[in-house]
Write a protein that binds this ligand. Structure first.
Ligand code: HEC
Ligand code: HEC
Ligand code: HEC
Length: 133
């Protein structure tokens, strides 16, 4: 029978937490992951969110090609029959009202810089306190 088992176990737990610190600390540190701004005036995106996360670049290219090559500006959402205009500025950015707080948070994390904004106009960002950009 170990006389002092309580103390030993406490010591062991502290030791394990200590040596695994780098592992769980990184997983709990949400600050390093992108946190794109939520949409307030709508519940659904133009496609299921998981699909949007993975393929929004292809969708945008598709929309651009449809508009520029075929003059087709109408986009129909299959599931609920909603109509959207195929437009970065007039559709995407009507719901996702901040390029900086939405698009950029992920893109900075993923180290991509889409050149779209060389020509397309991003929504005007409201000046925020402590915002140095
Ligand atoms: C009618 C409003 C609306 C429109 C238009 C819209 N979205 Fe969304 N989008 C949403 C909502 C709601 C979500 C779910 C996340 C949330 O609640 O903010 C979302 C999610 C996303 C996500 C995943 C975000 C995440 O947190 O993982 C991406 C990427 C995205 N949208 C890109 C686009 C692009 C690109 C367009 C234009 C082609 C677009 N959206 C048009 C409302 C919209
Ligand atoms: C949930 C995170 C997330 C959000 C929000 C998001 N993107 Fe992206 N986007 C990515 C990732 C990750 C890539 C890189 C994908 C790859 O390399 O395969 C990317 C790539 C792109 C590309 C292709 C760029 C290139 O150089 O390949 C375009 C265009 C793009 N995003 C447009 C947008 C626009 C416009 C918005 C805002 C309306 C937006 N994205 C919001 C994650 C996001
Ligand atoms: C050299 C300038 C330029 C660049 C860079 C550019 N575009 Fe465009 N884009 C245009 C012009 C001009 C139109 C035609 C506008 C119209 O007829 O409504 C257009 C139309 C579009 C359309 C359909 C119409 C609309 O209102 O949005 C989409 C979607 C689009 N572009 C997406 C993109 C994306 C995504 C990128 C970045 C990967 C990008 N564009 C980069 C100039 C550009």
């Amino acid at each position: 029978m170990i006389y002092n088992s309580g103390k030993i176990y406490t010591g062991l737990i502290i030791f394990v937490l200590f040596i695994t610190f780098p592992i769980w600390y990184n997983h709990l540190d949400a600050g390093t992951l992108p946190d794109p701004q939520k949409v307030e005036n709508a519940k659904e995106c133009v496609a299921p969110v998981a699909e949007m996360k993975a393929t929004h670049m292809q969708l945008l290219n598709q929309w651009r090609d449809d508009v520029l090559r075929d003059g087709d500006r109408a986009f129909n959402v299959e599931a609920d029959g909603k109509m959207y205009q195929k437009s970065l500025q007039k559709t995407c950015m009507k719901c996702h009202t901040s390029k900086k707080k939405f698009c950029d948070t992920c893109h900075e994390y993923a180290s991509v810089t889409p050149y779209c904004w060389d020509c397309h106009v991003a929504p005007v960002e409201p000046a925020a306190k402590g915002d140095m950009n």
